[in-house]
Design a protein. Structure first.
Lengths: 115, 115
């Protein structure tokens, strides 16, 4: 049981490049989330998914896209990288029965730098 | 609207002395409250959570927190700090209601433990 895994661990992009951050969980969780963490700040929700085929925007979705074709995978796509997207990205999952009480399990993060 | 304020960005203690990390919250609904810990270059790990049962919540590694509705506080404590406790700590709130699963993070408190 690996929990939540993310790849890559580190990435440097040039302005305007695109990339996909991968996230996989093996806990059969329905809910998955993408967060970004800027220096000295808490995490902010980018997108979330309540199940395969269902996604929705979080607090800071601009510049990102997601898809959820399977229960296990929830990739995050950056289409035109900008310096403002330099951050650490965390994927998380939870069983969550819709009442905000379930624990979210986090991956180790992807550190992205856009130059 | 929900929000979380962590009152100290940095806390420094000596090994073996008590730890107090302060958190105040604002929530329109009965909240669930969490404390997460983040060690350097790692993902977040749940320390403890309050979900409307006992107001004094015990977590892992000797940490505990008390939910005080009258003070809108959820401070994290530990009787005796250990060097391995040095990390970033996040207080998190989510409104405990149907279809609510979005975490609102505080800005974090960095705990330094001196030998």
């Amino acid at each position: 049981n690996a929990g939540v895994t993310q790849t890559p661990k580190f990435r440097i992009l040039k302005i305007g490049q695109s990339m996909t951050l991968q996230c996989t969980q093996d806990m059969n969780h329905n809910y998955m989330y993408w967060y970004r963490q800027d220096p000295g700040m808490g995490l902010k929700l980018i997108y979330y998914s309540v199940g395969a085929g269902i996604t929705d925007k979080g607090e800071v979705p601009n510049g990102y896209n997601v898809s959820r074709s399977t229960t296990e995978d929830f990739p995050l796509r950056l289409e035109l990288a900008a310096p403002s997207q330099t951050s650490v990205y965390f994927c998380a999952s939870s069983m969550d029965r819709g009442r905000g009480t379930d624990t979210q399990y986090f991956g180790p993060g992807t550190r992205l730098t856009v130059l | 609207a929900q929000s979380v304020t962590q009152l100290d960005s940095h806390v420094s203690v000596s090994e073996g002395t008590p730890v107090l990390l302060r958190c105040n919250y604002s929530s329109s609904y009965s909240p669930s409250l969490f404390w997460y810990v983040q060690h350097p270059n790692k993902g977040l790990q749940l320390l403890l959570k309050y979900t409307s049962a006992a107001t004094l919540v015990k977590g892992i590694n000797g940490f505990e927190a008390e939910f005080k509705k009258s003070e809108t506080s959820f401070h994290l404590t530990k009787p005796s700090a250990h060097m391995s406790d040095a990390a970033e700590y996040f207080c998190v709130v989510t409104p405990r209601m149907d279809s609510s699963y979005k975490l609102i993070f505080g800005s974090g408190t960095r705990l330094l433990v001196r030998p």
